[in-house]
Design a protein around this ligand. Sequence first.
Ligand SMILES: Nc1ncnc2c1ncn2[C@@H]1O[C@H](COP(=O)(O)OP(=O)(O)OP(=O)(O)O)[C@@H](O)[C@H]1O
Ligand SMILES: [Mg+2]
Length: 382
Amino acid sequence: MKPSATPLQPGATLGMIGGGQLGRYFVIAARKLGYEVAVLDPAANAPAMQLASHKVVAAYDDAEALQRMAELCDVVTIEFENVPYQGLARLAERVPVAPSPECARIAQDRRLEKNTALSFGLTPAPFAAIESDDDIAAAVATTGLPAIIKTATLGYDGKGQVVCEDEAAVRQAFESLNGVACVLEQRIQLDKEVSVVLCRGFDGQVACFPVGENVHVNGVLDLSTVPASVDESLKQQVIEQAVKLAQGIDYVGVLGLEFFIDTQGRVFFNEMAPRPHNSGHYTLDATVTCQFEQQVRMVCGLASGSTELLTPVTMLNVLGDSWFPEAPDWAKVLAEPCARLHLYGKAEARSGRKMGHINCLSDSAESALALAERSRQLLNPR
Ligand SMILES: Nc1ncnc2c1ncn2[C@@H]1O[C@H](COP(=O)(O)OP(=O)(O)OP(=O)(O)O)[C@@H](O)[C@H]1O
Ligand SMILES: [Mg+2]
């Protein structure tokens, strides 16, 4: 269903499919502006559910629950890309859904995502699909070695990925991934990893947050620093590519895009997230408007807020690992006045689980990074 030509005013009810931390911040941003939010998630105590005005506790593709969302909401959005497509498409017949189910579908499958990016002039790392053993030799010829095999669907935080040094390793990895459809991609010699979060409205207007520089550990985002220490011309390339893709797929909402910069200074598109992005959490404390308020604004048909950076910042992710052998002493973290702690209200800490983050504000990127490293020590003093 098409959105109404006039913006949704505060008081309207917004729908969120997914109850994780991204949904939680959407609820906070929406309620700050006086909107109500209905959240659909199977877990009654999910982070976003805790704060929802309407709790729809059911599977994401439950027909009755989706009907309830259509009745409750003036517009519906998502907080993760793997919302089942069919249900989302049916929902979109009854209520405006932004981003479109088609945009979610693109992000659900690396093959489609990379081919879509290619079609709009972006450059993914050389890649090839592997759907059966017979595809492996040709795929390796396309990508060269070393290469990384990734499941085409349902990967996150580096899960379902194996680095392969030779063709035999690719065969073995494909088998160990149970023969599900995969992509093989060239392993880029990384100089930097960067990302950009943008928002785009129903009217096609785009606003970008500053490019962030990311450090991953074991495939999971560890740190994001803004401003990124990369050439302005590279930042410009990243932003141009991001905008081209958003426009190409007629994206509406907040979109996170990850890029690699290799040791020769070339930019490669990695992937997109049709929602706010972990690397954009710095906007909660360091920009005029945060990425979640932008999501509210975009789905309501409102203008973008300012994306201006107010202060250099490093975001440090807080994973469940910090709870072992004992939970962090939060008082120590909170004693750092410019280390802004966020916890997501998750009942159980598990290794690798994203439990919160700390936005470390300082007067330069270097000192923000140093504060993040100090904060890490405070979390894990052992
Ligand atoms: N082709 C590549 N060359 C070099 N490094 C890579 C490549 N692909 C992935 N990586 C490394 O692995 C990390 C995770 O990869 P990717 O973004 O594909 O994973 P994911 O499971 O979709 O993770 P998430 O959704 O959490 O970002 C990247 O941020 C990068 O550090
Ligand atoms: Mg990624």
